[in-house]
Design a protein around this ligand. Structure first.
Ligand SMILES: [Zn+2]
Ligand SMILES: [Zn+2]
Length: 94
């Protein structure tokens, strides 16, 4: 079973690593809880976006992406999540 990826810019050699990072980022964005190992569908879909923004290091843009349209701008909880996601990115790409 293959999942066609339509938006793959310059196929990175570490595609699998990035996929794992996306999952971790999606889970952080969704909210980490005991016994929860996967983000919900809507946050999983945001994984690639989170990864792309994390690569720019822009915490505020990332927080806004996590917050979505639920808030005006972003909130403290989402800034914390954004900071964590950037940490995951830096850790995963070193
Ligand atoms: Zn979620
Ligand atoms: Zn928020």
């Amino acid at each position: 079973m293959s999942t066609p990826h339509t938006a793959v810019p310059d196929a990175a050699p570490a595609a699998e690593e990035f996929a794992k990072l996306e999952q971790r980022m999606a889970l952080v964005a969704c909210g980490v809880r005991d016994g929860k190992t996967q983000a919900c569908d809507s946050h999983q879909r945001k994984g690639p976006v989170l990864l792309r923004i994390a690569s720019t290091g822009a915490v505020d843009a990332l927080a806004m992406a996590i917050c979505g349209s639920e808030h005006r701008g972003w909130c403290t909880a989402c800034v914390e999540k954004a900071t964590e996601i950037i940490r995951i990115y830096n850790e995963g790409t070193q």
